[in-house]
Structures are given as structure tokens and as C-alpha cells.
Design a protein around this ligand. Sequence first.
Ligand SMILES: NC(=O)c1ccc[n+]([C@@H]2O[C@H](COP(=O)([O-])OP(=O)(O)OC[C@H]3O[C@@H](n4cnc5c(N)ncnc54)[C@H](OP(=O)(O)O)[C@@H]3O)[C@@H](O)[C@H]2O)c1
Length: 313
Amino acid sequence: MSKYLIVGAGALGCLYAAELARAQQQVYLLVRDTQANIQTRELAYTRIDGTQESIQVQALDTPAWRQQAPTWAATFCGIILATKAQDALASVQALAPQLPPQVPVLLLQNGMGSQQAVAQYLGGQHLVLAASVTEGAYLKAPFSPVHAGRGVLRLGAFDPEQTKAQDAAQAWVRTWPTAHLKCIYAQDIHPWLWQKLAINAVINPLTLIYNCPNGELMQHLPQVRLLVEELQTLLQSLAIQLPCTDLQTCVQEVIQATAGNISSMLQDQRAGRPTELAYISAYVLACAKQVGLTLPAHVRLYQQAQACLAIKD
Ligand SMILES: NC(=O)c1ccc[n+]([C@@H]2O[C@H](COP(=O)([O-])OP(=O)(O)OC[C@H]3O[C@@H](n4cnc5c(N)ncnc54)[C@H](OP(=O)(O)O)[C@@H]3O)[C@@H](O)[C@H]2O)c1
């Protein structure tokens, strides 16, 4: 039995907690509560086939982690960071003084920029792994995760040159205890992160400005094509080769496969929560700027998305 710490009791954090606990692993879920003790929490889990199950995990908050960590932290086989991108660095900083460098930290965040911030903060001693996740999950109530779409957790060393992190990524996949959530090793995770970023950079802000489910973007195909063309120019300038053979086809396939979904960005906006726009559109535009490109369609879309979110600058 291995011991996992999952940071963030949101949709993905609770999904992974539920499935790891079902696979008889010891799961500790780091929550934002204020009770500084470790407590048993019930997850009301809805599996992909619609069946429901009540699953027990251990929940704790940051003060409890700090209290226990000196004698305890090194016994974890891995830490899964399941916060939104904008919370990733702060959540690692809260744990960091008691984060043993030999325990791998797996980053699940969408978009890019938060992984770099965490890796830079932790420095070269820590084993930082990054993932591209295509599972679909949401919370129907606190601690009530619903597995809504089957996907894959693809992970690799955030720094592919760091041999120890590569070894840790391979070991993570080799020892992954549940077949219900697929886990695959990527020798270079960056093309996968970029592919997810590119897809998100088209779909998420478009669904925000049109206030529509993903599938309705098929009514805006000329705009989708233009946005993808600009991304292809950027990827070429950055010498990034995506795993998919054709990004245009790939984006349209995702739109069709997720036609009924409300994108996470639109869900967040509707719920009045911060979005990951800065780690998606703004990150793309910052990369373009670095290589001397302007991406007019993305600039316009970013401005429209900001207006929807009532962001001032
Ligand atoms: N859900 C999906 O289907 C899916 C699929 C692929 C990728 N992703 C990506 O995975 C990441 C997580 O997504 P999600 O949907 O699970 O988000 P979410 O439902 O918003 O969950 C994030 C959770 O992290 C908690 N959190 C933030 N900072 C924390 C801290 N310092 N300590 C403890 N908990 C903290 C949040 O608490 P508060 O609510 O109190 O802020 C929230 O419960 C995102 O980057 C998302 O884009 C999600």
C-alpha cells in the first residue's frame, strides 16, 4: 500500500483521491478547512458508469501537514497538486518547508506558466513531474466528484534533462495502482502540455465570449481555423512539434467529442471564480512576443475574454 498526498479537494483532486482509495492506497487530501487535525472524510463518488460509492479518505489542512510532516512527509510515494494554475505556486510554498526532495510532486494544472513557477521555486533538488490530463471531472457538491469523461493522465519529468525526475516519472507510472484512471509515461511531456494548451487556447476563451457549450463552436469554424493557424505559426517559430499530426483536425475533434460540455473557463466565469486565462491565452501571447510574433486573432480574443471577465488590464 502506498501513500499519496493530494493537494486540492476540487474535481480532479477528489477524482484521483476516490480512485486511489478504491485501489486500496492510503490517500491524504489536503483541504482548505481550518481543522488542524487529520480527519476521515467521505467522498460521495459517482463513477464513469453512473454508479455511486461512498469512499473514505483522510483529510487534513496545511497546519496539520506542517505539524506531522517532519516525521511523516518522507513516507509518501508522491504528491499530486490538483489546484488551479493560479493557486499552484502558493500551495507548494505552503508545503515546501516540509517537502522532502525525494518525494515526487506531480502537477496536474492546465495551461502553462504555473509549472515553470513551481519548478523554479522548488529548485533542481526536487522531483517535479508535469501532466497533461484529459479525464473529465466535476463536483456536484463539495467532496462529491463525478467522473464525467474517460481520458488519460500523461506525465513526465518537467525537466526532461533531469535523470532522477525521469526515473521518478517512470516509477510513478510503473507503480500506478489503478487501471480505472489510465496513466502513461511521456519521455518529453512538453509537446503534450503544448498540445493541451493549444486546444484550450482556442476552445476556452471562445466558449467564454460566446457563452456557449463547446459544440456550438462548430458555428464559428472560420474563427477557430484562424486561431489554430496562428498557433501553428507560433509552434513553428518555437520549433515545437505536437504529438498530433494536424492541429486543425485535433481541435475540431475535441470540439465535437466534448460538444455538450461547458468549458472550465466558462464554468469558472459563471460561478464568479478566477479563471486560468492568464495561463492559457496570456501565456500564448507572451511566448509569441518572445519570438517577435503578434497573433492578432489571439490578441483580439484575449481582449474580448478579459472584457467578459471584467479584467481591467
Ligand atoms: N476538472 C477537470 O475535468 C480537469 C481536466 C483536466 C485538467 N484539469 C486541470 O486540473 C486543475 C484542477 O482542476 P479542477 O477542475 O479540479 O479545479 P477545482 O475544482 O477548482 O479544484 C481546485 C481545488 O484546489 C483547492 N485549492 C487551491 N489552493 C489550495 C491550497 N493552497 N490548499 C488546498 N487546496 C487548495 C481549491 O479550493 P478553493 O475552492 O477553496 O479555492 C479547489 O478545491 C486545473 O488546472 C484544471 O484546468 C481539470
